[in-house]
Ligand binder design. Sequence first.
Ligand SMILES: C[S@@+](CC[C@H](N)C(=O)[O-])C[C@H]1O[C@@H](n2cnc3c(N)ncnc32)[C@H](O)[C@@H]1O
Length: 456
Amino acid sequence: MPRQLAQEVLEGIEEEDAYSHISLDAALRRSNLDARDRGLATELVYGTLTWQRSLDTILGQFLASGVASLDLSVRVALRLAVYQIVFLDRIPPHAAVNQAVEIVKAGPHRRASGLVNGVLRNLLRQEEPIQWWRDEDRKKKPSRYIGQRYSIPNWLGHRMLQTWGLRHAEAMAASFAERPPLYLRKIEAIDSADESKLPEGVSPAQFGDHPAIPGAYLAESIDDTVRKGLEQGEWVVQDLGSQLIGYYTGANEGMSVLDACAGLGGKTLHLADLVGQTGTVNAVDPVQSKLQMLRESAEQTGLLPRIATHKQELQGYIDADATRDAPKEFDLVLLDAPCSGLGVIRRHPETRWRREKSDIIELAEIQKKLLEVAAGLTKSGGILAYSVCTFTREEGAGQVASFLEEHPEFELIGPPTEGPGAQIDWAPYLNDDGQLFLNPLEHGTDGFFAARLRRR
Ligand SMILES: C[S@@+](CC[C@H](N)C(=O)[O-])C[C@H]1O[C@@H](n2cnc3c(N)ncnc32)[C@H](O)[C@@H]1O
């Protein structure tokens, strides 16, 4: 059953451009799989999507006409089986082959089951170690080498190479292919570090021997106790990097905050926590379904009274009818801008195959426009915090540098020295300019960039 579920989810992702986390969540909710099988189905979906390029290279060695010529359901069944055979060691290879053959027999292309059986049996018969990259490319064609070995497009390999050099780029690319840890945030736990009541398998999140991040916890899995805590709104699932952005903004008791691109509200809830009962958070996003989910989580966690939502493009927030009476100047504006999302490809592996090089330029243009609007909504003496979940310079440090050139009324400042964010030892997370740079290799978090600007 878990393989069948993974097959259906993967077909949907490719056929309908669906998002992996949304499709998988929905399929798991419809199924009656137990915790172990849910774990396997999740591993199969994310692993197969992440390693798709490598799986296709391996399959190409056994298919005269290549992988692209196969029908979708056959291609997916083969990828799933190869992922289990080559990348997982707890599944007997023959079980993976038999399941793939059964899945194809039950599908629309049952005549291809012989081909599937033949290809996979040939793979099992292979005596040399399976390799999906060429060692000699490391020196001669390093972008291709990184792309092939770590299953990313060559252009992305090239980007990483330009940013970090070969050795570091390789380590980064490897870390981007790993499964991300599960982080939780305890609601209203900013000042409490009561570890005695933690459920089993949940421990405070910290970097090396630096002090633990208040309210942040690492969980081995979502067991019944954690699930209950999530349902009762005591915890939320939130990556540690995203939690650090909340603290980095400098949000503090009593502030009026604008969360200019609120989305599902991961950061909105944290900001609402940080501003306390006397503060407010206005959350803007053009997508109604996201704001609806934001409101549901805010209700569940008891934070809704501090939050106002506005279904609006930020550009329209300033003068639209719907927001005529809403505040137009804030102590703190967080612009968590739409971006290429290359820092979160562990969680959304399909991004690797959907993003194109040209997207980065287009997104940087959008971010530039949004920054202009966000700046206009920041009070004199107030803070404009800018963040993206990617590592490209155009969308991060480069974007901020060109904003500062055109806006002498803003200055770049380091991490907060007051309020809850001042409790954090920021040294391990900052670049030379005091901007936040987080990544899975060094910090175990998703990849984020953030900068804090003060209106003079
Ligand atoms: C990076 S996501 C935000 C993630 C969110 N802050 C969180 O922590 O969960 C960017 C969001 O910007 C929204 N967006 C896109 N264009 C926008 C615009 N013109 N004005 C405001 N929000 C916009 C998207 O709908 C998306 O939800």
